[in-house]
Design a protein around this ligand. Structure first.
Ligand SMILES: Cc1cc2nc3c(=O)[nH]c(=O)nc-3n(C[C@H](O)[C@H](O)[C@H](O)COP(=O)(O)O)c2cc1C
Length: 158
């Protein structure tokens, strides 16, 4: 049976809240999805998942250190995420605060791993972005992204 994971780093809860909304939307769309803090995720476990979604606060326009560390820890599993579905999201303090570069940094790592990333022509193009605590717009974007990742994953596996 297909399974997915959403993991995140979050100090003040904004990214965690986004992760929980995305994971719920994926589960509601029929893709069994775990939601975990990055500290509870081992790189060696990631090849077990069909879809991997990563959330990080924007730190100096980039992903936070613990997320980068886990991506770096994947080197021993290089090639084993090939063909899996990926997605990324972030929370930042400011509009134009480096949020999209943060998402793209995560996606770059996913592409190097051979993962499949779907953009969005209507929603947040690269992945959901929250300025501070998620508001209604962000919550909708997180639900939309979760639904799209679940649909793509199920299509690829069918
Ligand atoms: C070390 C550090 C660096 C940050 N760098 C940025 C930044 O470059 N741009 C920005 O808009 N916000 C920046 N922030 C603010 C966080 O991205 C923002 O508060 C975010 O919502 C925190 O997410 P969290 O609640 O999941 O921890 C920074 C915060 C910290 C602690």
């Amino acid at each position: 049976m297909a399974k997915a994971i959403v993991f995140y780093y979050s100090r003040s809860g904004n990214t965690k809240e986004m992760a929980e909304i995305i994971a719920k939307a994926m589960n509601d769309a029929g893709l069994k999805t775990e939601c975990k803090s990055v500290e509870k995720v081992k790189a060696d476990s990631l090849p077990d998942y069909d879809a991997i979604v990563i959330g990080s606060p924007t730190y100096y326009g980039q992903m936070a250190g613990p997320i980068k560390q886990l991506i770096d820890d994947l080197v021993g599993r290089h090639g084993q995420l090939d063909g899996k579905v990926g997605g990324a999201f972030t929370s930042s303090a400011n509009i134009g605060g480096g949020n999209e570069t943060t998402i793209m940094g995560i996606i770059e790592g996913m592409l190097i791993a051979g993962m499949i990333i779907q953009g969005d022509a209507q929603g947040d193009h690269y992945g959901p972005v929250s300025i501070g605590k998620p508001d209604d717009r962000v919550r909708q974007q997180c639900v939309r992204r979760g639904q799209r990742i679940a649909a793509l994953t199920k299509n690829i596996l069918s």
